[in-house]
Each structure stands twice: as structure tokens, then as C-alpha cells.
Ligand binder design. Structure first.
Ligand SMILES: [Zn+2]
Length: 479
């Protein structure tokens, strides 16, 4: 590697030295975002938005396949409407942004900028659901929401972020609970199959559930630094909102019944997971299935006659097969290598005079740095196969890291030792008392991440109080 290449790489902090700084450096250097003018807001740049668009398209396809329709509801919520569901408002009030003036005039009633839209959908459903024939309602919206966070970081916690929020209404508890589980599975599938992020599936404890929900299902992933990230949630509301908003329907027998609701969301926070699960000290690593550009052609010695033409021919030849791009600019090849490594483009295709002479190209994988010479006649077969190998390797590596960073603890000494020596998930038994959960959080800053669907019996007693254990819980420090 030449001198100039080295300088470029040195612009990012090593993750072992300062993980938070590494994250900030990558987000900036890979040209994902810029900071907005208001503290805590972000400008998502073309490359960052391209990745988000691919995630969005994968999710949207699955939502439609399962019968959902996209809608759009307003950004504004009257204060009186937000007050209708007590638990919900208590949960969100501290981070709501309020509109108090319209032009110069003070408003008679404050208007909230949506932090989430349950109440808007509740109000709408109360007016539009009358009979069992109106059910189910399977709506989703792609939108922005605003939460006035105190400390912010791009993607992980920002004042305004993008997401989708599904809001559904059902005749029975059974239908709504099925929907809640179905949507969690969709999030898990997209995370694992497309983002190459292995996830734990489970239920949130009472203190960690969504404000106003009966229960919250979650997928949780593990970052390089051993912290967890909640990566998608699906909530079952029971009839809570139906009671607050008076949403009833007449069943087949003419009896009046309350509806059962769900909501579910995945946001641009998942971009943070993508960065922190796969990235390395050379920058981003984007899984091929989600990468806006899967292969980047970099001509070598392009000033030599015929090289650039051949490289463009190669681009034309591959573009129906994979998402391919070419950098024919006059920047030095070494500079280009570094730039596309920083952006995490899965495969680089090098082509120089010698390769042209030998009817071959050089393929370089971003995840391992391995190079291979491939005859042009075999490229159509080899390139897609290589992309799949990269995809699989990223998933396997992430799963291996999670397994290595998962410890079991039967008492608090083991719990604290695990957090210090091998930060990651801790499997430990819990008595079900919120008091124990609170004390664990106070003493270790680890929170309960989920009560996994796949339970194991590690011991008979609660890791904190020693009383009889009810469930195994995954604990971790989290973003
Ligand atoms: Zn306990």
C-alpha cells in the first residue's frame, strides 16, 4: 500500500481506540450524513439515502405481500388528542416538540409534532370502523417523526428520523396477536437475510415496553463494541386505544365490540446497526444484498490506450447482472481503492493493461481483502457467486461475534465480571420483579433487552435477588 493510501485511512479513528469517534468518522467519511443546522438533526446524503431506500424497498415489498396499504397522515397532533391515552402521553411527553404559534398568532391549543402516530390512527379508526365488514384495517405509513432528544448521534438518536409505522385494527385478540408476531418476523427476515445482522427475538419486559402497549415484541442485535441495539419493534395494544378513542364495531350478531390494535416500526436507526455490526477500521462494510453499488470497476493505468473503453464495456456487460458502477475519473487508483473501501462497496473490479492482455479482471472483496484473478469468460458466473459469499460471510462473522460475546450469569458477581471482561449479551434468570430490573440497571447500566421466545433454564433463582426465577432474560448495555 502506497503512502497516499495510508494517509487517507488514517483519517478515521481505530475502533479499538475510541468506538464512538470511529462511528462518527465513518458516518462522515463514507458520506452517509452531514449535520443539520438545528442541533441533533441530520442531512442524509445520496449514499446514505441509497442504502435506506433499499432497506425501505425490501420492507415495503413484504408489507404489501402481507396485505398492507400505504397511507399518509398529518405531521401535527392537537394536544387534546394526545392526552386521550394516559400511558401513551406519559411515555412521550418529555420529548415532544410543540408548535405554539401560527405566523405571529399564538394558537388557542398547542399542536404536537408527531413523535409517533397512534392517536391519529385511533381517531381515524373511530370514525371509519363501524362493522365487522370494515375489519381488518392494515395500514402503514412511511414518514418522519420528531423526538426532542437531549443527546444525539447520527442515525442512533436524532431529533427527527425517518421510519415506517404500521397501524392495524382487528376484530379479535387472536388476529391482532398474529399480526404482531407476523410483523416482527418480517423485521427479523430483513435484518438477517438482507442486512446480514443476526437478531434475538423476544418480548420486552413491562418497564421496557412501548408506552400504552399491552406488550412489545422486539428484535435485538449486537454491535462490535458489545452494546445492543433494538432493531425493530411490534406492539400489541389490546383494546386500550379502542377504549380511549371509542373504536367499536358491530359483529355478525349485531353485538358491539372494541377493536384490537397493533403498531410496528423500523427506523433509520437500523443504519446505525449496519455500520456498527459490519464496519471495520477501513470504514463501512455493506452487505451485497442491500448495497446501492455491489461492484465498483476501477480502471488501472487508464491513460493507456483502450483501458478506459474496455472498462466501460465491462460496465455495460455487467449492468443487468449486478448493481455495478465505474470510476473513470482522473483520481489515482489508490485513492479510489480507499474511497470505495471506506464506502463499504462489497467487490472492487480492477482492470489494467495486463488484465486486458490476459482476458481477465481482478476481483477484490471488501470483507476480507482477498484478491482473485477471474477470466472474463467466467465473470458472469463468478461475480454473483462471490457477492453471495460475501453476504454469507458477513452474517457468519456477526453471528460468531454475538456468540462469543454472549455469557451466562447466575449471580451479580458473574454478571458484572461479564460486562467488564466480555461485553455483550448476558443470559440470566429473572424473578419478574421490576425492582430487580431497576437495580441491575442502576448498578451496571445494563438493561433487559428481551425475554427470548426460546427460553433456557440457567438456574432456579433470580440473578439479582435469589428468589424463584420466572424467565430467562437477555441483558446488555444498549444504544
Ligand atoms: Zn429478582
Amino acid at each position: 500500500m502506497g503512502k497516499n493510501n495510508k494517509q487517507f485511512v488514517e483519517k478515521i479513528t481505530a475502533m479499538e481506540d475510541d468506538f464512538a469517534q470511529w462511528y462518527t468518522d465513518v458516518v462522515k467519511q463514507a458520506e452517509l450524513v452531514d449535520y443539520g443546522s438545528v442541533r441533533g438533526t441530520m442531512i442524509i446524503k445520496p449514499y446514505g439515502f441509497g442504502i435506506w431506500e433499499n432497506i425501505r424497498d425490501e420492507l415495503d415489498k413484504r408489507f404489501k405481500e402481507t396485505g398492507h396499504s400505504n397511507v399518509y397522515f398529518p405531521l401535527f397532533i392537537p394536544e387534546s388528542m394526545l392526552q386521550k391515552e394516559k400511558d401513551h402521553i406519559e411515555g412521550f411527553a418529555p420529548e415532544v416538540a410543540w408548535v405554539t404559534h401560527g405566523g405571529e398568532e399564538e394558537l388557542a391549543e398547542r399542536i404536537c409534532v408527531r413523535p409517533t402516530s397512534e392517536v391519529l390512527f385511533g381517531e381515524y379508526y373511530s370514525k371509519n370502523i363501524h362493522s365487522y365488514r370494515d375489519l381488518p384495517k392494515l395500514y402503514n405509513q412511511w414518514s418522519n417523526v420528531v423526538r426532542w432528544e437531549k443527546t444525539t448521534r447520527p442515525f442512533l438518536r436524532s431529533l427527527e428520523f425517518l421510519w415506517q409505522e404500521g397501524h392495524t385494527a382487528h376484530a379479535t385478540r387472536e388476529d391482532a396477536e398474529e399480526e404482531t408476531a407476523r410483523m416482527l418476523q418480517i423485521y427479523a427476515d430483513v435484518a438477517e437475510d438482507y442486512l446480514a445482522i443476526p437478531v434475538l427475538h423476544g418480548k420486552k419486559t413491562e418497564s421496557e415496553k412501548f408506552a400504552g402497549a399491552n406488550y412489545t415484541l422486539t428484535i435485538e442485535s449486537l454491535m462490535h463494541d458489545g452494546k445492543a441495539l433494538q432493531s425493530g419493534t411490534s406492539h400489541y395494544f389490546g383494546t386500550g386505544f379502542a377504549e380511549a378513542f371509542d373504536i367499536n364495531y358491530l359483529d355478525e350478531n349485531g353485538d358491539q365490540k372494541p377493536i384490537h390494535q397493533t403498531s410496528w416500526g423500523m427506523s433509520t436507526r437500523i443504519m446505525g446497526a449496519l455500520i456498527m455490526v459490519h464496519g471495520d477500521n477501513r470504514g463501512l462494510v455493506i452487505p451485497p444484498r442491500i448495497a446501492p453499488t455491489q461492484a465498483m470497476i476501477v480502471p488501472v493505468a487508464q491513460h493507456k490506450e483502450g483501458v478506459l473503453d474496455k472498462a466501460y464495456d465491462l460496465r455495460d456487460r455487467l449492468q443487468d447482472l449486478v448493481r455495478v458502477d465505474i470510476d473513470g475519473s482522473d483520481k489515482k487508483p489508490g485513492w479510489k481503492f480507499n474511497e470505495y473501501e471506506m464506502k463499504g462497496i462489497p467487490v472492487r473490479i480492477e482492470m489494467g493493461p495486463k488484465d486486458i492482455e490476459n482476458d481477465q479482471v481482478v476481483l477484490v472483496r471488501r470483507d476480507t481483502g482477498e484478491k482473485e484473478f477471474v477470466p472474463l469468460t467466467e465473470l458472469e458466473e463468478r461475480l454473483p457467486a462471490l457477492l453471495e459469499e460475501v453476504q454469507q460471510n458477513l452474517y457468519d462473522k456477526a453471528l460468531e461475534h454475538r456468540n462469543e460475546a454472549t455469557t451466562t450469569a447466575v449471580d451479580m458477581d458473574a454478571f458484572k465480571k461479564a460486562l467488564e471482561e466480555n461485553p455483550g449479551f448476558i443470559k440470566a434468570m429473572w424473578c419478574g420483579d421490576a425492582g430487580c430490573e431497576e437495580k441491575i440497571k442502576d448498578e451496571t447500566s445494563a438493561t433487559s433487552r428481551c425475554i427470548p421466545f426460546e427460553q433456557e433454564k440457567i438456574s432456579d433463582s433470580c440473578v439479582y435477588c435469589g428468589r424463584e426465577a420466572k424467565e430467562m432474560v437477555y441483558w446488555a448495555r444498549a444504544y
